[in-house]
Ligand binder design. Structure first.
Ligand SMILES: Cc1cc2nc3c(=O)[nH]c(=O)nc-3n(C[C@H](O)[C@H](O)[C@H](O)COP(=O)(O)OP(=O)(O)OC[C@H]3O[C@@H](n4cnc5c(N)ncnc54)[C@H](O)[C@@H]3O)c2cc1C
Length: 495
C-alpha cells in the first residue's frame, strides 16, 4: 500500500497535486468544502447563463507550448480553446486602440497612434519577439535542476539574458512612464498592476504573439471538472462538501485532518492547498505560523475585485470580446474611484449563453475593507451591490445601445462572495501583488517546523494564476519523488 496523503482543498493546485500523487504511487483523498471542485476556478448558473466566475484569459492554448502540455497532463485539453487574436480594445470617445496579439500588427497599430514613441515601441516589441522564441522551462521546479540541466537551461536561454536583465528590475509603471503617448501608456497598463516587473508584460506580449493565450471551451467550470475527472480516473477519492476543521499535529508531524463533522481521518502526510491565511490562522495553531507571514498579510496588496455579470437578450459577437472604456467622468465604484470600465462578452463560447444571447461581465477593482464594513449591515451591503449593478448597467447600455431594455439577468459578486466560497484572504484571486521592489515573500512548499505537511497553491509560488497554481501541485510531487530518489511519472501510460 502506498503512503496515505490527504489533500485539503480541491482547487486546481489540490487537484494537480492529487493527480500526480496518484500516478506516482501515493494513495490520496481530497477533502473540499464546496459541492463542486475548482475553488476560485469557478462559475455558476443563472437563468440559463453560465456566469464565468474566473477566467479572463488562460495561458497554454497553443498546442506546441509547454503550458499546453502541462494542462494536458492534468486532463485539460485546450485544443478547442478560443484563441485571442485581439487581446483587448481600448476606447475613449471616438478613439479606439486595439492590442493585437500578433506583434507585427500590434507594432503597426501602436505606430499609427504613437509615432513619437516609435523607437521605444520598436525596441520593446523586438525584445518581446525574442521572448516569443523561448520555450519556458516549466517541466520541473528550478530547485530540482542538477548542474547539467542548469547548464542546459542557461545555454538555451543565452539570448534572453540581456533583455531579462533589462526588464526584470523595472516595474511596468516605470517603464511605461517613458512613453510620451498617453494612449500607449493606458493600453499597456490596463490589465497588469503598475508595480509588477516589466518581464510580466513582455512575457504576456510573447505568449499572445505565439497564440498561447485564449479561453478554454466551457470556461472555468469545465476546466475544473476535467481535472476532477482525471483525478478520479487515476484512482483519487474526491470528497466534496467536506470542510476540514483542522490539521492534526502529533509530535511536530501532520498525521491527518479533523473534518467539520467531527470525524478524524488519519494520514501519513497532509497537503494544504488552501488559502495561506486560512491555513495558518484557522487550520493550524498560531505557534505554527512561519516567521514573516503576519508582515505579508499586513503590508502586501492583493488582487481584489467585484464582478458584475449581465445576461443580455442581444447578440454582441461582432463587438470586441474585451473592451476597456475610458469614462468621461470618474465614478465611485466598489469603494474606489474609477476612470475606466471594462466589459467582456463570451459570445465565442456557446456553452456559456443561450443562442443569440450574450453573457457580459465587468470586473471592477475593489477595496476589501469597504465591503467588509458594508457587510456588517446586510441591507447596506445589498443596496451597495444594487447600486454597483445599476451604474455598471448604465455604462453598458450607453456603450452598447442594442442592449437597452434587453438585460434579463444581473449578478453581482464582491470580494466577500469569493471569500465565503473558498476562504480566500480578502477575496484575492491571485495572491499578493508583488513587484521587483518588494522583499521576496516566497512561502515554503514544506512547513519549516512540521514534518509531513506540504503547501501548494497561488500563495506558494511567484508564478500566479491558474497555470502557476496548477504547477505548484505538480512540483510538490516532483520534489517528493526526488527526495525518495525515484523517477517522477507524468503519464501512467509511460510508466
Ligand atoms: C475573479 C477571478 C478571475 C481570475 N482570472 C484569472 C485568469 O484570467 N487567468 C488565470 O490564469 N487565473 C485567473 N484567476 C486566478 C486563479 O483562478 C487562481 O489563482 C487559482 O484558481 C488558485 O487556485 P488554488 O488551488 O491555489 O486556490 P483555490 O482555488 O482557492 O483552492 C482552494 C480550495 O480549498 C477549498 N477550501 C478552503 N478551505 C477549506 C477547508 N477548510 N476545507 C476544505 N476545503 C477548503 C476551497 O473551497 C477551494 O476549493 C482568477 C481568479 C478569480 C477569482
Amino acid at each position: 500500500m502506498g503512503e496515505r496523503m490527504i489533500i485539503v482543498g480541491g482547487g486546481v493546485s489540490g487537484l494537480a497535486a492529487g493527480i500526480f500523487a496518484q500516478i506516482n504511487g501515493y494513495e490520496t483523498a481530497i477533502f473540499e468544502k464546496n459541492n463542486v471542485p475548482g475553488g476560485l476556478c469557478t462559475g455558476w448558473e443563472r437563468q440559463g447563463y453560465t456566469v464565468e466566475g474566473c477566467i479572463h484569459w488562460l495561458l497554454g492554448t497553443q498546442p506546441d507550448s509547454a503550458f499546453f502540455r502541462a494542462w494536458k497532463a492534468v486532463g485539460v485539453d485546450l485544443i478547442d480553446a478560443y484563441p485571442f487574436e485581439e487581446f483587448y480594445h481600448l476606447e475613449d470617445g471616438d478613439t479606439r486602440l486595439v492590442w493585437y496579439s500578433n506583434l507585427e500588427r500590434l507594432e503597426d497599430e501602436l505606430l499609427v497612434h504613437a509615432p513619437e514613441d516609435a523607437v521605444r515601441v520598436k525596441q520593446m516589441l523586438a525584445d518581446a519577439r525574442t521572448f516569443a522564441t523561448l520555450d519556458m522551462p516549466i517541466d520541473q521546479p528550478r530547485d530540482l535542476f542538477g548542474w547539467k540541466e542548469g547548464l542546459q537551461a542557461l545555454w538555451s536561454m543565452r539570448s534572453f539574458v540581456r533583455p531579462m536583465r533589462k526588464y526584470q528590475a523595472r516595474t511596468v509603471e516605470e517603464y511605461c512612464s517613458r512613453f510620451q503617448n498617453t494612449w500607449l501608456r493606458r493600453l499597456l497598463t490596463r490589465f497588469i498592476p503598475g508595480e509588477y516587473s516589466m518581464l510580466a508584460l513582455l512575457a504576456t506580449l510573447a505568449a499572445l504573439h505565439n497564440g498561447d493565450v485564449g479561453f478554454p471551451k466551457g470556461g472555468a467550470l469545465q476546466l475544473a471538472a476535467d481535472m476532477a475527472t482525471r483525478y478520479e480516473a487515476v484512482g483519487g477519492q474526491l470528497h466534496l462538501g467536506q470542510p476540514v476543521e483542522s490539521i492534526v499535529i502529533e509530535a511536530d508531524r501532520a498525521v491527518g485532518v479533523k473534518l467539520q463533522d467531527g470525524t478524524t481521518v488519519p494520514a501519513d502526510s497532509v497537503v494544504a492547498s488552501v488559502d495561506a491565511n486560512h491555513l495558518f490562522r484557522h487550520l493550524l495553531a498560531d505557534e505554527h505560523t512561519p516567521a514573516g507571514m503576519d508582515r505579508n498579510f499586513r503590508h502586501l496588496d492583493t488582487f481584489t475585485s467585484c464582478q458584475v455579470s449581465f445576461g443580455v437578450n442581444a447578440d454582441l459577437r461582432s463587438e470586441p470580446h474585451t473592451l476597456y472604456l475610458r469614462l468621461p467622468q470618474p465614478v465611485n465604484l466598489a469603494g474606489l474611484e474609477n476612470k475606466n470600465m471594462n466589459f467582456r462578452h463570451y459570445c465565442y463560447d456557446s456553452d456559456l449563453q443561450p443562442p443569440g444571447k450574450s453573457l457580459v461581465i465587468s470586473t471592477i477593482f475593489a477595496d476589501y475593507v469597504h465591503w467588509e464594513a458594508l457587510a456588517q449591515d446586510s441591507a447596506a451591503y445589498q443596496a451597495a451591490k444594487e447600486q454597483l449593478a445599476t451604474i455598471t448597467q448604465e455604462q453598458l447600455e450607453k456603450r452598447f445601445p442594442q442592449v437597452s431594455g434587453r438585460v434579463e439577468m444581473v449578478d453581482v459578486a464582491t470580494p466577500l462572495t469569493y471569500q465565503r466560497y473558498t476562504n480566500v484572504w480578502h477575496g484575492s484571486y491571485m495572491g499578493w501583488t508583488i513587484g521587483p521592489k518588494e522583499e521576496p515573500v516566497q512561502l515554503p512548499w514544506q512547513h519549516p517546523d512540521l514534518s509531513g505537511l506540504y503547501m501548494v497553491g497561488q500563495w506558494f509560488d511567484s508564478m500566479s494564476g491558474l497555470p502557476g497554481s496548477m504547477l505548484t501541485g505538480r512540483y510538490l510531487i516532483q520534489r517528493l519523488c526526488r527526495r525518495e530518489d525515484r523517477p517522477f511519472i507524468v503519464d501512467p501510460g509511460t510508466a
